[in-house]
Design a protein around this ligand. Structure first.
Ligand code: FBP
Length: 321
């Protein structure tokens, strides 16, 4: 294990600004601390609801709040960070110093999995700070302008998957707390036989999504001529990680339950970072099979989008259903 490249070594050798490396190192440290609280669970009194509701009008879990505090505290003391934004905070939090980067995060993705010991994760997006004293409007940059994106997956292994725009790499947390490179160049097969969607919403989908799912469910005797498998982990990080490891598509489309909302997932700290990683691995990341998530001009910090991402040829099939 000692001959593996550590995250520190990878960042040291990376051709990138030293300040970006400092942001990524700080985020990685925070994820180690979050993983510690997640794995302690009930022993740390960290399960269950916090009793508060967040800006998304969603019940906050204790671990949502703890994870948010760990990331916020760790990042705001990093000299390279000018301000942060989070799914769990209504507006941005500026640092007490100027910095080169803005950091956005979903501190604990997959909240409904927390109390049942199913996979959860942390998602981080990094943008250049356009001014020394950034405001919320400075965060509203299209995802294609991200300097970096990463997620940590607290699963059977604890992994950190990272891109700075030159491919996707995976690091596994060692027993002595070091991120070690285990996946050097992650790429997604353009074809797949696996899809991820919450089937309980089927009656609420648009006709096009229904046609696509009906087609894959018909298997080898249907229009696709092959059988498909289905997975739904209810944690975007885990579903995206599976797609990076063995291909597939992840779908969270608009549905009629809340027709005024374009989708459930959030653009700035779920869609954009995951889209950056997926595109860097050779996949496609869209809202509807055609609109690239990374090209969306954000209108507000917590705006929601529909998501259809993964194996490129299967996203094309989704778009043409
Ligand atoms: P949170 O960030 O609040 O956990 O919501 C996002 C999410 O948990 C995704 O990670 C996951 O893919 C999706 O919601 C699951 O939605 P549903 O519970 O409707 O299947």
């Amino acid at each position: 294990m000692t001959d593996r490249i550590s995250l520190e070594d990878h960042l040291a050798a990376l051709e990138a600004p030293e300040s970006l490396k400092a942001v990524l190192a700080a985020a990685a440290r925070a994820c180690v601390d979050i993983r510690g609280v997640v794995s302690d669970g009930a022993l740390a009194g960290a399960l269950g609801a916090s009793g508060a509701v967040n800006v998304q009008d969603e019940e906050q879990k204790k671990l949502d709040v703890i994870s948010n505090d760990i990331l916020t505290d760790t990042l705001l003391v990093c000299p390279a960070v000018a301000a942060v934004a989070s799914e769990e905070m209504e507006t941005i939090q500026p640092a007490d110093h100027a910095g080169d980067y803005l950091v956005l995060f979903d501190p604990l993705d997959g909240s409904s999995n927390i109390d049942i010991n199913a996979p959860v994760g942390t998602i981080v997006s990094v943008l250049k700070a356009p001014t020394a004293a950034p405001n919320e409007a400075d965060f509203l940059q299209p995802g294609r302008q991200q300097a970096a994106a990463l997620y940590a997956l607290y699963g059977a292994q604890t992994m950190l998957v990272l891109t700075t725009g030159s491919g996707v790499r995976g690091f596994t947390l060692s027993s002595d707390g070091r991120w070690l490179l285990t996946h050097d160049a992650i790429t997604i097969d353009p074809d797949t036989k696996e899809f991820a969607i919450n089937m309980s919403n089927q009656r609420h989908w648009s006709e096009g999504v229904q046609r696509y799912v009906d087609g894959v469910l018909k298997g080898v005797d249907g229009p696709r001529g092959k059988n498909f498998n289905m997975r739904w982990v209810a944690a975007m990080v885990a579903d995206v990680h599976r797609i990076l490891m063995r291909g597939g598509v992840f779908l969270y489309p608009w549905d009629r339950r809340e027709p005024n909302k374009p989708g459930k997932l959030r653009l700035m700290y779920e869609g954009n970072p995951m889209a950056f990683l997926i595109e860097q691995a050779g996949g496609k990341a869209t809202t509807d099979g055609t609109e690239a998530i990374l090209d969306i001009q954000p209108e507000h910090l917590h705006q929601r989008i529909a998501v259809a991402l993964g194996s490129a040829n299967e996203i094309d099939a989704y778009a043409s259903a």
